[in-house]
Each structure stands twice: as structure tokens, then as C-alpha cells.
Design a protein around this ligand. Structure first.
Ligand code: HEM
Length: 569
């Protein structure tokens, strides 16, 4: 039995957090909605993937599935999960009952309603086959925009509840002093969410009025500008949330501690001040001339790098945190014993390592490259961009969210994970699959100029200017296809095992939970007093490798800029 503290709460036998039932129920509901969205987005991905790979479905099915995939994955899966995280960070990590559980359920209800309305709109009317870049004159039906607004208002209520709960934690004295790093990261993500959702209102409310015939027309340029004021920061919420989850996973799986709390916090603050400037890179090829070259250079060549600096700091601090944790546990031999002797049997740990590595090497580096004025010419609207953002939101964010699910699932539902052996393989299947997909699509975009969102590169719908692609394109499409398939299998395995655990997992007592999931006690390690953190030479070496890779890829892209695509050649 759990140690019951009051009728409304219990103490988790593994983490020691006091868990309020109201918060736990909200975490469960949002997490379940997230997994259902992941399932829907994954089913749609099958059509999208096989159409790109071998032209398997007609263009109409492709565009419908692309919209379903994009909305369910990037918006519903991720945001439901992030709201679950906010309930976890605000209430459970601060030992405080949610300020208003009713507001939490209102938020959840609005989000579910919004998601249903958007999905229905996409399924019932081709006008709503709008994925991302839905600029006027493209116009959906009013219910499509209304669903989006309902979902966003729900998310905003969820975020407001997080702030209210944090305030309550201080007021009731449940928490004193600075917020723990993980809650601080969640706080930054929440601030970004408020700003982003408010800018989102500038986009979707006018679009709703326009589609309902109340407003006669929209200025396409201003709309596009505002759209990216919303679109890019929304990815930064994901970035802040992903990094927050990395710190949390390192803490939970190996007792990790960042080498410097202050610097990790400062890196989060850099996101707050600089991230919106990153939006400029979506507008580099804006043809209207409304944005001056100087403006684009200053934003993408200089200011954007303030946010990149934040990411560079986390790129050191997160592996550093794992190394500190492992060294404190006695794994001190050489530069890499801490890594080699990590708890690899635990899918939460392997998800963490894979997510950090794939995000950094594939998603992060390419974000800087695609965000550079000149290099963007070879990236914009090609499959390379898709490669980049799958590196970020799939290999990075999605894998990190899967990892924290593996850790928290048995604790929240108090059941043993079903198919633990399979669960160990899941992050590898998913991570390797996404890695192949990303690498192949990046090559296809940068080297061959393969357009994104194009279902018919095989026949070009019979256009007279159609041409044959070089053989290598088909080989790379096959690599992307096989990678995508592995990722889909990894995603399906995740959904099946999570659902099976929730429904059929063996119920565990406190004692069993502790035995299975608690960190083993620290071995005695006289080399380090509690306050003195060990040095992290292994992380330093890894970061040098990363920096060398980054420089090579960056220069490689400049070299590539001097070569034209072999279109029709
Ligand atoms: C599970 C395996 C996945 C596979 C095989 C996959 C595959 C694809 C493919 C083939 C495209 C089409 C791109 C094009 O032709 O332009 C695409 C688009 C996209 N995917 Fe995925 N994807 C997966 C997971 C995800 C996840 C987890 C997310 C978000 C968290 C995501 C977000 C997106 C977005 C936002 C688009 C672009 C929509 C647009 O162009 O507006 N995908 N994906």
C-alpha cells in the first residue's frame, strides 16, 4: 500500500514526491489524450511515408494524411503531454494541490473538444487539408479555425493553472527559495507558451472571421509574419520542455545534477529573451521584399545565436549532469566509465541518451544551418527542412517524452510495465528509425532539391516539364522509407506497451515499486564531499567531438551551396 498522507494525497515510494490525487488524475488524463493523438498521427504517417517512398496513395489522400499527421503529432501529442508535465512540475514537484482542479478539467475538456473539431474538419472537407504554412489565400472552413482556437484557449487555461499552483506553493509555504531547476525550465516553457498563444490569437481569430465571411480579406504578408511569430516560438516551448525533461530524466535515472545550476538557469533565460528572433529564418525567402536584407542578416546572422548559446550550454550541462550523477555513484574510472556503465537496461535512460545525441547532432546543428541566410537557400521548402524538424521534435522531443513516460508510467499507475524486454528495445527502434529518416531526407533536400509536401515526384501529375531523378534519389527514398518504417514500429510498440501496462500491468506494492524502480543506494565514494561536484572530463571530450562535427557540417553546407541541384540534368 502507498503511504497515505491524507485522503487526497500519497507519498510516492520511489521519488518521495507528495502526489495529490487531483494532480495525478490530470496528469493521467492529459497523458492518455497525448498517446491517443500519437496513435492517430502515426496512422496518418503510414500514408504520408508510403506516398513519398513509392507513390503508394493518391495526392488527395496524401494531403489529408499530412494534415492529420502534422496536427496530431506536432500540436495535440506534444501539447497534451506538455500540459501533463506542467501538472507534474507545478503540483507534484512542489508538493502542492493544484490551485483549481476544476480549471484543469476545463482546460482538458476544451483541448479535447478542439482536437476533435480540428480532426473532424480535416476528415470531412478538403479545404482543411492545411498543414503548416497555411497562408492566405488558402482558406479552411470556420470549424477548422474554431477547433484550433478552442484547443489554444484550453492550453492557455492549463498554463494559467500552472502559474497559480506555483504561487500557491509559495503562499502555503510548501516551497521556499528558488524553484528547482526542472520546475524553472517548465516555468520558462509556460511563459513562452503564454506569449506564443497570444500571438496565435492574432493569426487564428482573424482567419476564423475571414472564413466565416465576417472579414472580407486578410493581408497575406502580415498574416504570414504573425503566423511565424506564433509558429517558431511554439517550437521553443517544445525545446524548453524537452530540455526540462532531460534534466528530470538525468535526476531520476542516475541521480544527475547539473554542473552549474546558475548557468543552466541562465541558459533557460536566454531562450526567453532571444527565441522570437529565430522566427526570422522562416521568412528568409519571403518574396514580397517587405523584409530588408539587413533585417534578415542581423536577426539570423547575429541575434538568433543568443538562443543558440542557450542550447550550447544545455548541450554541455545535460550530459554533464548525467556524468556528475554517475561519478557520484562511484563510476569514476577513466573518461567514459560513467557512460558505459549507465543503466542501459532502463528505457528511460536509453531514451535520454539517444534523444540528447540525435537532437544535438541531427536537429540542433541543422537548425543553425537552415537558419543562416545564405545556407537557407538550399534548405527552404525541401525535404531537408523536414529532416531538420524530425530531428528536433521526433528524435528529440518525442523520444524524451517517451523516456519520461517509461519512468513515470509504473509509478503513476502503480503497475509493472508489460513486456519490459520489448520496452528496452523501443527507444533504439524509434531512435535509429528516425535517425535514418532524417539523414536521408536531409540529403534528398540539400543535394537534390527534393521538394517537401509533394506527393507526386514520380509522375508530376503528367506535366510536360517532368524529369527523371538520379538513381541515388530512389535509393535515399528507400533509406528514408525503411527508417520511417522502423520509427513507426517503435512508435507502435510504445503505444501498445503503454496501453497494455495501464490496462493489464501487474499491480505493485510500495515495496515492489521501490525494488524495481528506485535508484540503488549510492556506493561509498570518499573522493567527493556532498557539496563538491566532480569534474566532467568525459562530457568535455564529447562536446569537443560535437563542436568539430558542427564545424564540418557547417562548412560542408557552404561547399554544397556552390553546387546546383541536378534537376533535369
Ligand atoms: C513516427 C514516425 C514518423 C514518420 C515516419 C514521419 C514521416 C513524415 C513524412 C514522410 C512527412 C512528409 C513530409 C513531406 O512530404 O513534406 C512528415 C511530415 C511532418 N511530420 Fe512526421 N513522421 C513521424 C513522426 C512525427 C512526429 C512524432 C512529429 C511531431 C512530433 C512529426 C511532425 C511532422 C510535421 C510537423 C510534418 C510536416 C507537415 C507539414 O509539412 O506541414 N512527425 N512526417
Amino acid at each position: 500500500m502507498d503511504r497515505v498522507v491524507g485522503a487526497e494525497s500519497r507519498v510516492c515510494p520511489v521519488t518521495g514526491f507528495r502526489v495529490h490525487r487531483a494532480a495525478e488524475d490530470l496528469v493521467k488524463a492529459n497523458a492518455v489524450a497525448a498517446v491517443v493523438s500519437l496513435l492517430l498521427g502515426g496512422v496518418a504517417a503510414v500514408v504520408v511515408l508510403f506516398t513519398r517512398w513509392m507513390g503508394a496513395f493518391p495526392p488527395e489522400a496524401f494531403y489529408q494524411s499530412l494534415a492529420l499527421h502534422a496536427w496530431n503529432m506536432l500540436i495535440f501529442w506534444i501539447i497534451f503531454f506538455e500540459i501533463a508535465l506542467l501538472h507534474f512540475a507545478g503540483s507534484i514537484m512542489l508538493n502542492t494541490r493544484p490551485a483549481s482542479p476544476a480549471a484543469g478539467w476545463l482546460a482538458f475538456g476544451l483541448m479535447v473538444l478542439g482536437a476533435l473539431v480540428v480532426n473532424r474538419a480535416i476528415l470531412t472537407n478538403p479545404l482543411n487539408h492545411l498543414s503548416f504554412q497555411p497562408y492566405p489565400p488558402l482558406r479552411g472552413t470556420p470549424d477548422f479555425y474554431l477547433g484550433t482556437i478552442l484547443f489554444a484557449v484550453g492550453a492557455l487555461v492549463g498554463v494559467a493553472l500552472f502559474f497559480a499552483t506555483v504561487r500557491k506553493a509559495y503562499r502555503e509555504g510548501n516551497h521556499q527559495g528558488p524553484l528547482p531547476l526542472v520546475v524553472f525550465g517548465a516555468f520558462v516553457a509556460a511563459v513562452l507558451a503564454v506569449a506564443t498563444l497570444l500571438v496565435g490569437a492574432l493569426v487564428f481569430v482573424p482567419a476564423f472571421l475571414w472564413s466565416a465571411g465576417v472579414v472580407p480579406n486578410l493581408d497575406p504578408f502580415l498574416w504570414k509574419l504573425a503566423y511565424w511569430g506564433f509558429g517558431h516560438p511554439s517550437q521553443q516551448i517544445n525545446l524548453a520542455a524537452t530540455i526540462t525533461v532531460w534534466y528530470l530524466l538525468s535526476q531520476l535515472t542516475v541521480g544527475g545534477r547539473t554542473p552549474s545550476e546558475k548557468i543552466s538557469r541562465a541558459a533557460f533565460v536566454l531562450y526567453l529573451v532571444a527565441i522570437n528572433l529565430g522566427s526570422a529564418h522562416h521568412l528568409q525567402t519571403e518574396p514580397s521584399g517587405a523584409l530588408s536584407v539587413g533585417w534578415k542578416w542581423i536577426n539570423t546572422g547575429y541575434l538568433m545565436h543568443l538562443a543558440v548559446l542557450g542550447s550550447m550550454i544545455h548541450a554541455f550541462a545535460v550530459p554533464g549532469s548525467v556524468e556528475v550523477g554517475q561519478r557520484l555513484r562511484g563510476y569514476t574510472r577513466g573518461w567514459f566509465e560513467w557512460l558505459v556503465r549507465g543503466p542501459w537496461h532502463n528505457p528511460a535512460f536509453s531514451s535520454l541518451v539517444l534523444s540528447v545525441a540525435l537532437f544535438g547532432f541531427l536537429g540542433g546543428t541543422t537548425g543553425v544551418i537552415a537558419g543562416t541566410e545564405q545556407l537557407n537557400l538550399k534548405w527552404h521548402n525541401t525535404t531537408a527542412i523536414m529532416g531538420h524538424f524530425h530531428g528536433v521534435v521526433v528524435a528529440g522531443t518525442t523520444l524524451a517524452f517517451m523516456g519520461i513516460t517509461w519512468y513515470v508510467l509504473p509509478l503513476v499507475f502503480r503497475r509493472r510495465v508489460v513486456g519490459e524486454r520489448w520496452a528496452r528495445w523501443q527507444p533504439w527502434l524509434f531512435g535509429i528509425g528516425v535517425g535514418l529518416l532524417v539523414l536521408a531526407y536531409m540529403q534528398l533536400g540539400v543535394r537534390y532539391g527534393l521538394p517537401r509536401k509533394q506527393p507526386d515526384i514520380f509522375r508530376f501529375r503528367g506535366l510536360p516539364l517532368a524529369f527523371a531523378w538520379p538513381e541515388e534519389v530512389y535509393r535515399l527514398l528507400a533509406v528514408a522509407g525503411v527508417g520511417g518504417l522502423l520509427a513507426l514500429l517503435g512508435g507502435a510498440l510504445f503505444v501498445v506497451l503503454v496501453v497494455a501496462t495501464v490496462l493489464f500491468g501487474k499491480r505493485l506494492t510500495d515495496q515492489e515499486l521501490r525494488q524495481q524502480y528506485a535508484l540503488p543506494a549510492l556506493p561509498s565514494n570518499p573522493g567527493h564531499a556532498a557539496k563538491e561536484l566532480p569534474a566532467v572530463p568525459g562530457t568535455f571530450a564529447l562536446c569537443l567531438v560535437f563542436a568539430a562535427f558542427f564545424v564540418l557540417v557547417y562548412l560542408g553546407n557552404y561547399w554544397n551551396l556552390s553546387r546546383s541541384w541536378p534537376i533535369g540534368g
